[in-house]
Design a protein around this ligand. Structure first.
Ligand SMILES: C[S@@+](CC[C@H](N)C(=O)[O-])C[C@H]1O[C@@H](n2cnc3c(N)ncnc32)[C@H](O)[C@@H]1O
Length: 282
């Protein structure tokens, strides 16, 4: 949920915890009382936290740790971000604020859940550059449908992020019939249901925070316009065919990577790469 430190380091707070399987800095160089780094995946972090296996303690309390602010910005898929949110609930209190990053993908390519397919399709469509937001937007749909006790709004300035807090919403009607229906939603569904994202301008956040917010009643009627942040949504289909899946998985396969390595480093390196892969899979 944390990478280069550009978000984490500027936060001045006596107790803070960073979790990322791959920090791009040396955590020991930033060691400080009250600052904790865990170079593991978020699932493992919560598992260890649940078992009391992490050396984390807030003041002298024996109660489970409760975070004031939880920033979710790990692997950009619905599956992972929703699980991170659900896991983090156990470590929240009445006034905890969540910030979920990348909740509004910049175009239909950015919204694809697989980063390699996203970049492959984008390239095939003749578009050179673009982000990968993945399908984190579905986590907001799922929270809307499954957690009516949570209110939220989405800050549309810059890269949109959703701010969430505990406040019961007045209507409980879900938008989708099941989590699997949410799972199969597309970027276009997100636009169609733009209201559910509860888009707001950053400056107006103080008018909403900690209030009970019901997107069905409070979001601007043309909210869908606000969730369109780039023009590529209109005419380029990001449909993923079986052929795309095949091409991308072939590109990523061991022989393909070994071939690239062979061209670069010679036969010895290829044999070593294959041997390592076989050892990993044993
Ligand atoms: C978009 S970057 C986040 C950058 C970070 N917010 C910052 O400002 O420096 C996404 C990060 O999520 C990490 N990540 C990927 N899978 C993860 C997981 N399962 N659990 C926790 N972090 C993960 C990646 O290593 C990467 O550093």
């Amino acid at each position: 949920m944390f990478g280069g430190g550009s978000t984490f380091f500027p936060v001045e707070i006596p107790f803070k915890v960073a979790v990322d399987p791959c920090f791009v800095f040396e955590p020991s160089e930033h060691a400080k009382d009250g600052t904790h780094f865990f170079e593991i995946k978020s699932d493992e972090f919560f598992k260890k936290l649940d078992c009391g296996d992490l050396p984390l303690r807030q003041t002298s309390s024996t109660q489970p740790i409760k975070f004031d602010i939880i920033f979710i910005d790990g692997y950009h898929t619905f599956e992972q971000s929703f699980r991170d949110f659900e896991n983090s609930l156990r470590y929240s209190h009445k006034k905890t604020l969540w910030l979920i990053d990348d909740t509004v993908p910049s175009d239909a390519y950015s919204a694809l859940p697989n980063p390699e397919i996203s970049s492959y399709k984008r390239h095939r469509a003749g578009l050179d550059r673009g982000d990968w937001h993945g399908d984190v937007y579905k986590t907001i749909f799922a929270i809307h449908d499954r957690f009516p006790e949570i209110s939220y709004c989405t800050l549309m300035g810059g890269n949109p992020q959703t701010v969430l807090w505990k406040a019961e919403r007045s209507t409980r009607a879900p938008l989708f019939s099941s989590i699997s229906e949410i799972e199969s939603a597309s970027y276009y569904d997100m636009i169609r249901h733009g209201k559910v994202m509860m888009p707001i301008t950053d400056e107006t956040l103080p008018n909403y925070i900690f209030r009970s917010i019901d997107p069905a009643l409070e979001a601007a009627p043309d909210s869908w316009r606000q969730v369109i942040t780039k023009p590529n949504f209109r005419n380029l289909s990001p449909e993923v065919t079986l052929m795309d899946l095949l091409v991308v998985s072939c590109k990523q396969s061991v022989p393909a990577r070994a071939y690239l390595k062979f061209n670069k480093d010679g036969l010895g390196a290829v044999l070593k790469a294959i041997k390592n892969k076989l050892r990993e899979n044993r």
